[in-house]
Design a protein around this ligand. Structure first.
Ligand code: NAP
Length: 328
């Protein structure tokens, strides 16, 4: 196949490009080249999607499969749809497109946010709801233009090599240091993820097989308590102790759920359990294979070590914050 990846210089889009190269496809990556390099064997075409007309360099080329990870609003998506000719198109959307964040077991047919028709959203405006609504509008634009040639994947949190979010990686990183580790006292809370390598493999297969329709790209749901215990078993030194702290105590101490400074990554309040509890069966039936969690954990720890275990993080507790929680 001739595959065009819009992106290809970091995390998911780079992993997709690398997987397509590995399978012997001809791969073109269209990006600025600011986030990194394209995988060996892929061709880099310099495109700045914020620069009017920049994507026109791809006009007239024909592809068998296109993969778009656009996340900034309708302009990027419409420009690409207008310019590029292909037999199959993958649009990477998000689990944040669903309106109901609490209900467990939702599917790709569950109600989504109202579309937010914005050409461009800046990072500062990017609440999960705004991001979700804009991505719904982008899905609609792609569907209107492509009809039955469109494959929409809505990933939950993406994990594994290249993950720069500091979220899942917090846990292997923290457990690897040992000692007394604060964990949320929410052992039954749902957890799900998708390893970037599994998602990329499925996206390339979808292009090969011209798979179409909308799917939630998630692992089967697992309770968070045993997941954290498994991560600790894999990477923690002997003597490591998991110290459960109640949601009330965490909230009173100003600890954020999920992400951000002074947060406990993966902890979700009940109002958001639905975001980590989508029905994984349709994606699995359509070919998404989920590797053992241990594989993702080891890859995440390698990534953490490469980035520096002591770096400032976008998510997690600092050692001082953790000690204060246990002491109080
Ligand atoms: N991370 C998660 O947990 C998660 C969860 C759900 C959904 N998603 C969605 O999954 C998709 C992939 O996420 P990701 O973080 O893995 O993204 P990514 O593939 O790392 O995408 C970023 C790519 O966009 C390119 N890019 C950025 N600005 C550009 C510009 N002005 N012109 C051209 N290319 C530009 C970057 O290349 P250059 O900078 O080199 O130009 C890079 O290759 C996104 O749609 C995201 O919303 C992510």
């Amino acid at each position: 196949m001739r595959v065009l990846v819009l992106g290809g210089t970091s995390f998911l889009s780079k992993t997709v490009a690398a997987e397509a190269v590995r399978r012997g496809h001809e791969v073109v990556c269209a990006a600025r080249g600011l986030s990194g390099s394209v995988p060996e064997g892929a061709r880099h075409v310099r495109v700045d999607r914020d620069e009017p007309g920049s994507i026109d360099v791809l006009a007239g080329e024909r592809f068998d499969a296109v993969v778009d990870i656009a996340y900034t609003g309708l302009r990027w998506v419409r420009d690409a749809l207008r310019t590029i000719t292909t037999r199959h198109w993958t649009y990477v959307s998000t689990i944040n497109t669903y309106a109901d964040t609490a209900t467990l077991g939702q599917t790709a047919e569950s109600p989504q946010h109202e579309p937010i028709e914005r050409d461009r959203i800046d990072l500062a405006e990017m609440t999960p709801e705004v991001y979700g609504g804009v991505q719904v509008a982008c899905e609609h634009a792609a569907r209107d233009a492509l009809g039955g040639r469109l494959f929409i994947v809505r990933p939950g949190q993406i994990t594994g090599p290249g993950d720069y979010m500091d979220r899942f990686g917090y846990w292997p990183s923290r457990f690897s240091r040992g000692g007394r580790v604060v964990v949320p006292d929410t052992p039954k809370q749902p957890f799900q993820h998708v390893d970037v390598r599994d998602l990329a493999a499925w996206i390339v297969t979808a292009g090969e097989q011209r798979l179409t329709g909308a799917f939630d790209a998630v692992s089967p749901v697992a309770p968070l308590g045993p997941v954290l215990e498994e991560i600790a078993d894999l990477v923690a030194p002997p003597g490591t102790e998991l110290v459960p702290v109640t949601e009330e105590t965490l909230t009173a101490a100003g600890v954020q759920p999920w992400f951000g400074p002074k947060s406990l990554p993966l902890w979700l309040p009940a109002s958001h359990h639905g975001l980590a509890a989508h029905d994984a069966s349709a994606a699995q039936a359509a070919g998404l294979e989920i590797r053992p969690l241990a594989d993702t954990v080891h890859a995440a720890l390698d990534e953490e070590r490469a980035r520096g275990l002591d770096r400032p993080r976008k998510a997690g507790l600092t050692p001082d914050e953790e000690v204060a929680l246990i002491r109080d």
